[in-house]
Design a protein around this ligand. Sequence first.
Ligand code: GAR
Length: 194
Amino acid sequence: MVLGVLGSGSGSNMQAILDAIDAGSLDARVALVLSDCPGAWILERARQRGIEAGVIDCRGFRTKFPEEAQVETAVRLKDAGVEFVCLAGFLRLVKRPLLDAFPGRILNIHPALLPAFPGLESWKQALDAGVAETGCTVHLVDEGMDTGPILLQERVPVLPGDSPESLHARIQAAEHRLYPAALTYLSARSGNGS
Ligand code: GAR
């Protein structure tokens, strides 16, 4: 599987994918990493690994992913030979031009048991709701916010005394298992990415 990764932050999920590749448990290669945030640590992680990394020019929009930027992103991913696109903490909504370029081949990791708690800071939503259990989800991306078909989920308990930070850390530990596992599952399901 040739992967492209889009992220806005630290890139710990991308690191988990790279670690699984190194360990031989995931047969894949990360060809390109792109971020809408020039200072995002995910870009530095990629560069340190010798992976091509670049910034998405979102034309000054703070949260929108403008159509021109999506077309450019699709072209860059295609030029790099990418087969599957992994959203890893990418905080803009992907729409038609990019979805059409990779039909059924864009994945996202979300820090909740979807369909519960879509959107931002889902671990805080879970704490505020007082649930005993939350988790994380890897799903295919469609035009909605965190609504596409679910590939895999892992449950995570909410413990007495949890803070947003402690709960998010426990969810992230699960995410780092789940994303490589979902890619392995998808690779097998799609005949090794071809
Ligand atoms: C992850 O917890 C991911 O689930 C979340 O952002 C974090 C990125 O961490 N994504 C969302 O909330 C998307 N709705 P990372 O940059 O260390 O992988």
